[in-house]
Design a protein around this ligand. Structure first.
Ligand SMILES: [Zn+2]
Length: 372
């Protein structure tokens, strides 16, 4: 059950009453009523008059209560961060892109991001703060075992933020947050899906019955270090050999085609060349998509999701996606693929920020809003 789903539906105008919420969410009226009451008590929703009766008592109309408070969010990549001030329903009001170098280490980067966010929020009260990181984050908000975020391992991002912001906090891996953003945009009917971020690196997340599946330590969903037979003895930056990441990540693809004499430096260049029909690039990209698909076969058979949703630069590459799709349709149990949707993310560049908004609202944003 999700308070954020209620806030999202009311904020977007899709639901104006408890009856609308019950119908859209498929929850019992009593369950909707008790969640709505919590949000009313917390000062996040308000009742504003009465709607039209469809027989019986006229329903009281619900709306998001106006207020000064805002949510702050930052979605970090290796060289780039998207930051935003969001309203109480978790929707970005003002967003901004920053150039960063995540290898500068946690304190300078978190300082830069916090200053930019506080300036963007223009002194309004902060009701919640969230940050997405391009590496594994455990349940206590500590960066663990990241090969891309040099200098961050063992650093408690949550503790650092708690020293700056007296508000509920979210600290999570970027793929997890993007998956939650996807859930926000797709709405309550999308409850079970595998989300794959296929850019320069690979990441994935699992949404189960509308909630993130985090696992015992918080790092569930990582597919990038699955061994694949074609990986052979290729050294991976995790210290192991033959991981999927060494074949199907954008970085691995760029390295592979460069070794064949193709002049590319970024994943975006590579996707462009694949679109132009470069034969070396096409063969390499198709092979990589197939490898990703074969790893996803195990996950789809085991988890039986409604959808596999692909995001990141490689998700815009038709050859890569078609090869992954081909592996899934050929190798999954027919019962799991009969109704399986495989497609590109629809959440856009704010996916991670929308995910932060949802998790902040769900984890009890209500508390500080009681005394605005
Ligand atoms: Zn690895």
């Amino acid at each position: 059950m999700s308070a954020a789903q209620i806030m999202g539906l009311v904020a977007s105008g899709q639901a104006t009453s408890r009856a609308d919420l019950s119908r859209l969410l498929g929850w019992a009226p009593s369950t909707v009523s008790s969640h709505v009451q919590e949000l009313l008590d917390a000062g996040l929703l308000e009742e504003s008059g009465e709607g039209r009766s469809r027989g019986g008592r006229r329903p009281r109309l619900l709306s998001v209560r106006a207020g000064d408070g805002v949510l702050l969010g930052a979605d970090l990549g290796g060289h780039h961060a998207r930051i935003a001030v969001m309203d109480r329903s978790g929707r970005p009001e003002t967003a901004q892109d920053l150039d960063i170098d995540v290898t500068a280490g946690p304190e300078p980067i978190l300082g830069q991001i916090s200053e930019a966010l506080l300036s963007l929020s223009a002194g309004r009260p902060v009701l919640g703060m969230g940050i997405g990181l391009p590496g594994p984050v455990d349940l206590s908000g500590v960066v663990v075992g990241s090969s891309r975020m040099l200098g961050w391992n063992g650093f408690s991002v949550r503790r650092w933020l708690a020293g700056r912001f007296e508000a509920p906090l979210v600290v999570d891996n970027d793929a997890n947050l993007m998956a939650m953003g996807e859930a926000v945009v797709r709405g309550p009917s999308m409850r079970d899906f595998v989300f794959v971020k296929a850019g320069t690196g690979l990441g994935a997340a699992l949404v189960n019955d509308g909630r993130l599946h985090r696992g015992a330590r918080g790092i569930a969903g990582d597919v990038s270090h699955n061994p694949v037979p074609a990986g052979g003895d290729r050294a991976c930056n995790c210290g192991n050999f033959g991981c999927l990441e060494t074949i199907a990540s954008g970085a691995a693809l760029v390295a592979a085609v460069r070794a064949e004499g193709v002049d590319v430096t970024t994943t975006a260049d590579l996707v462009r060349l694949a679109g132009d029909g470069d034969p070396t690039v096409n063969t390499t990209v198709r092979f990589a998509g197939r490898q990703l698909g074969e790893v996803l076969v195990t996950i789809v058979n085991f988890f039986n999701p409604q959808a596999v949703i692909l995001s990141g630069a490689l998700a815009t590459c038709d050859l890569f996606v078609a090869a992954a799709r081909g592996a899934l349709y050929e190798r999954c149990l027919p019962l799991t693929t009969q109704a399986l949707q495989i497609g590109e993310s629809v959440a856009g560049p704010d996916a991670g920020l929308l995910g932060i908004g949802r998790l902040l609202i769900d984890q009890g944003l209500a508390a500080p809003a009681r005394n605005p």
